[in-house]
Ligand binder design. Structure first.
Ligand code: FE
Length: 180
């Protein structure tokens, strides 16, 4: 099976489940994040990172009800390991850092926390809360931290009920262009 066929089958089997506490499914959320990346004419690696940033949730499903989340499922690490074996490092790194990027923005941008969705505030607690000063500077030394911050903003935008987007299968050429 090609990498793109693997991705299609993962989203076809589990992508219709709800995106924790949001109005959209996992697949809709992925497509919306990619839609906002494309609207900013982001490079292919970042559009694909936006599309696949939550693939870790589908590889190792967490409880459907956010109230049942007792531990951080570390979906960004599960996802980035899967992606690093298949796609260019920019994709995997932006995905690995998209949860730290949220913790970074909560500490570095005073308006950011206020616009997070309720579910995203709940998971923030499980993910370690806003970064400390030492964590902020460590994050800024990550080579792909700018890319991760962009993916994070598209992630946060991709929770709109009924937004019209492309379909997952429309991303074949883009994904195949960022294979390792
Ligand atoms: Fe997300």
């Amino acid at each position: 099976m090609s990498v793109f066929e693997e991705i299609l089958s993962i989203y076809e089997s589990r992508g219709s489940s709800a995106y924790f506490g949001e109005a959209v499914s996992m697949t809709e959320h992925a497509l919306q994040a990619a839609h906002f990346a494309q609207r900013e004419e982001a490079p292919a690696e970042l559009v694909v990172a936006a599309l696949l940033h939550d693939i870790g949730h589908l590889l190792e499903p967490a409880p459907a009800d956010i109230g049942d989340w007792k531990i951080d499922a570390r979906h960004e690490q599960v996802g980035s390991r899967w992606l690093a074996a298949r796609l260019r490092p920019e994709v995997a790194e932006a995905v690995r850092l998209h949860v730290p990027a949220k913790r970074y923005l909560c500490a570095a941008d005073s308006g950011y926390l206020a616009q997070l969705s309720a579910a995203s505030v709940v998971t923030l607690g499980l993910q370690g809360g806003p970064m400390s000063a030492a964590e902020l500077s460590a994050f800024e030394r990550e080579p792909y931290h700018h890319e991760a911050l962009r993916v994070r903003r598209w992630d946060d935008q991709g929770k709109l009920l009924g937004l019209k987007t492309a379909a997952l299968r429309d991303y074949r050429a883009l994904v195949e262009g960022v294979l390792k």
